[in-house]
Write a protein that binds this ligand. Structure first.
Ligand code: GLU
Length: 424
């Protein structure tokens, strides 16, 4: 029988990692051979050139992608990343993970992801606006409230979502807030969306610490990444009584065993742009942060930072994956064999973001808006249910927690495809 060759398009370490996870999950649940490849590989990808007029009058052409992994259970959903190391393979892996994530927590979406190869810090606000609008312009025809709904990811934010929504709406001739989520509240964004991912991470950390019988007031936390997700996780966990002993961003981090003042750190970053030289603690590198002795370690930045090199040296009790794909497959095996670290896998841990994106989309479609408490209560309800189903699957099949989460997510997508037929 001939094998799918589609993967050559996406070939990269991170895409192979996502495929390997899929293969292991498919084997674990004896997924029928004839459904595997079409569940595993992305439905389609779009690659676009993005000419942008620079402030000095010159033109730079950026490259962007959108990968729509699955459209079988609803529109596809997932963020857009602006980062200089974006590759098509990375975007494809992230789109796959979005499919399992949405499926695991029961959202009526398939997975997607977008990316542009750019360091957004090197663009002026005007250039960033031109790039964001041009990206959306090139995707008109492939996105829409019933087709594919982008959102923020690394390097993008509410303002960028506003520009994209505006570009799409101008093209349609009417405002269409449901085309992207993570918008400013004044443009149909949801209460609670900005903090949703971090709030969800903190909520699940609280629940797992309870299971581990560790009082949150005794917990110490180290967080790699101080963007939207890392900073909101830090804020929520410190509000719950945990002590945040280290945080970092791409330039490095700060460590203080007595605890950091997160509100001050956030205010400092707002003004300085980076954590570097924040006076609340001692400087620490990203590598050192991951190996700190702490109760909870939260990788909240990019993929593949926990590797076979540092996995044996981790000194946390709970690893909460706020980033997508932070742990390589080899590191995952080491952590499982060690047996002394509990893991909250990415597809569960960071699902709060897309869950509140779903709420935002619902509110947009109904033009009926909810209060913050209502949003966060509903978010907790979905997270608790997803956690329970993962724990049940883990016990029932004696799986690791990542395998439990992935098998649940993958099985539902595969079943939908099986029942619909070959097209979706
Ligand atoms: N980029 C986020 C993620 O990786 C959010 C996606 C969304 O809200 O659609 O889950």
């Amino acid at each position: 029988m001939s094998k799918a060759v589609i993967s050559s398009l996406y070939d990269s370490d991170v895409f192979r990692m996502a495929c390997r996870q899929f293969d292991q999950a498919a084997d674990a649940i004896n997924l029928a051979e004839d459904i595997r490849d079409r569940t595993k590989y992305p439905r389609r990808c779009i690659a676009v050139s993005l000419p942008v007029r620079r402030d000095d009058g010159s033109v730079t052409v950026f490259e962007g992608y959108r990968v729509q992994h699955s459209l079988s259970t609803g529109p596809s959903k997932g963020g857009i990343r602006f980062h200089e190391n974006v590759t098509l393979g990375e975007v494809a892996a992230l789109a796959m993970w979005m499919s399992w994530k949405c499926s695991l927590v029961g959202l009526p979406y398939g997975g997607a992801k977008g990316g542009v190869i750019v360091n957004p810090r090197e663009l002026s606000p005007t250039e960033l606006e031109h790039l964001s609008r041009r990206y959306m312009q090139e995707l008109i025809g492939f996105v829409g409230p019933q087709l594919d709904i982008p959102a923020p990811d690394v390097g993008t934010n509410e303002q960028i979502m506003a520009w994209m929504m505006d570009t799409y709406s101008n093209h349609m001739g009417h405002i269409s807030p449901g085309v992207v989520t993570g918008k400013p509240i004044s443009l149909g964004g949801s209460q609670g969306r900005r903090e949703a991912t971090g709030f969800g991470v903190a909520h699940l950390v609280g629940k797992y610490l309870e299971d581990m019988r560790i009082p949150i007031a005794k917990a110490t936390v180290a967080i790699q990444g101080f963007g939207n997700v890392g900073s909101e996780t830090a804020l929520a966990l410190s509000a719950m009584g945990a002590r945040i002993i280290a945080v970092s961003d791409y330039m490095g981090g700060v460590h203080n065993a007595k605890g950091l003042n997160i509100k001050k750190a956030m205010a400092y970053v707002q003004y300085a742009g980076v954590l570097k030289d924040f006076e609340g603690g001692e400087a620490i590198s990203n590598e050192q942060l991951l190996e700190l002795e702490c109760t909870v370690l939260v990788p909240a930045a990019l993929e593949r930072v926990i590797t076979e090199k540092n996995a044996p040296k981790l000194r946390c009790r709970l690893l909460a994956e706020a980033a997508n794909g932070p742990t390589t497959n080899a590191a995952n095996k080491i952590i499982e064999n060690r047996g002394d670290i509990e893991l909250i896998p990415d597809v569960l841990c960071n699902s709060g973001g897309v869950i509140v994106s779903y709420f935002e989309w619902l509110q947009n479609l109904q033009s009926f808006y909810w209060g913050r408490d209502e949003v966060l209560e509903k978010l907790k309800g979905i997270l608790d249910k997803a956690k329970e189903s993962v724990e049940y699957q883990k016990r029932k099949f004696k799986f690791g927690r990542r395998l439990a989460a992935l098998t649940l997510g993958i099985a539902r997508v595969a079943e939908a495809k099986q029942k619909r037929g070959l097209f979706p």
